[in-house]
Write a protein that binds this ligand. Structure first.
Ligand code: SF4
Length: 350
């Protein structure tokens, strides 16, 4: 199958064609038909054109750990898995505000409240708890309040928006074909429906996936196509951290250059989106800073839901040494029209 050179796609994207990279192009890139350094060079041009030297940082907090009734094969919080993550209670509102203040200290623009739940039911106490937490985070003003709560009704979405939620995370995890090998308790279409309804309510959407679960290049292309079709705002790319007790406990981490290939391919396919690297980025090892050269425009800082991350100090030092500047809260749309110098300066990390 013929495909365009990455540099040609980058030229077209810089000329204004956000869909210059076709599915066939992406499949070739993710299948290894192009040298990874050539791919990264093109992706980096697109990143710099769109984001300059600015990066987004966000943080999450586990607002309700473990005991989830869903059976996602990668997840330590599924009740089908016996892992270190135990079923816990919902986070108290004050703790959510504290987490938001801590996230702001890390230069995160948003705190994502994440619940290990199928969803939040209308009229139930769990929805009320999260509405209160969102409102409190919003009113405290340290960061934006984002959420990842599973399935939500229109009414629940309305109430969360009214409380101050600005963005909903609802990952697609992988491509449609591979999804049923990973999850059996809900469908791909249920996830897509929730994302569409969140968009209809005016919420920004944060939708990504996980790589290294046994999927192939065509599955990764399917995921990218779904994200383009949905026109999501942020795209978290996660790399499987295999956790003992889960169905994917024995999966090997992807090699760093394959991870960079995925990031670069997604950047060329989704040039406008904020692509940020979340779980599993430490699998990049010494190649970690190259995630930006591969087209990433942000990263998650601080610990993940049930697994640790690098220290925030190390991440901030890395950004400083790379000449990358975190965007400040309230200024989080990656438009190059952002006034020069208005981004917060990094602290000097001793
Ligand atoms: S729905 Fe979320 S918390 Fe529940 S098992 Fe799946 S990934 Fe884990």
């Amino acid at each position: 199958m013929p495909f365009r050179a990455p540099s040609e796609c980058a030229d077209r994207i810089l000329a204004g064609d956000d869909r210059a990279t076709s599915s066939e192009d992406l499949l070739a890139y993710l299948s290894g038909d192009v040298d990874v350094w050539e791919l990264m060079a093109a992706a980096d041009r697109v990143r710099r054109h769109r984001f300059g030297n600015r990066v987004h940082l966000c943080s999450i907090v586990n607002a309700k750990e473990g005991g989830c009734p869903e059976d996602c094969g990668f997840c330590s919080q599924s009740k089908y898995h016996s892992t270190h993550a135990k079923a816990g209670k919902f986070i108290p509102t004050e703790a959510a505000v504290e987490a938001s203040a801590k996230a702001a200290e890390r230069y995160a623009t948003a705190l994502g409240l994440v619940t290990a739940t199928r969803g939040l039911s209308d009229g139930g106490p769990d929805l009320e708890r999260m509405i209160a937490a969102v409102r409190a985070v919003r009113e405290a003003g340290h960061t934006e309040a984002h959420g990842s709560f599973g399935f939500l009704s229109d009414e629940a979405l309305d109430r969360l928006v009214e409380a101050g939620l600005t963005e909903l995370n609802h990952n697609l995890e992988t491509g449609r074909t591979f999804f049923s090998k990973i999850v059996s308790t809900h469908t791909y279409d249920e996830r897509i429906d929730t994302i569409r309804r969140a968009k209809a309510k005016g919420l920004r959407t944060c939708v990504g996936g996980i790589f290294g679960m046994g999927e192939g290049p065509a599955d990764r292309v399917e995921l990218a196509e779904a994200l383009r079709e949905l026109d999501v705002d942020e795209v978290p790319l996660n790399f499987l951290v295999s956790i003992e007790g889960t169905r994917l406990a024995d999966a090997e981490p992807l090699p760093p250059m394959e991870m960079l290939r995925i990031i670069a391919g997604f950047r060329l396919f989704l040039p406008r989106q904020n692509i940020f690297i979340a779980a599993g980025r430490t699998h990049l090892g010494q190649a970690l800073p190259l995630m930006f050269a591969a087209g990433a425009s942000g990263m998650m800082v601080g610990d993940f839901l049930t697994t640790p991350n690098r220290t925030v100090e190390d991440d901030l030092r890395m950004l400083d040494e790379l000449g990358l500047v975190p965007l400040r809260c309230g200024e989080d749309r990656p438009e190059l029209s952002t006034p020069a110098g208005s981004a917060r300066r990094l602290p000097v990390v001793a």
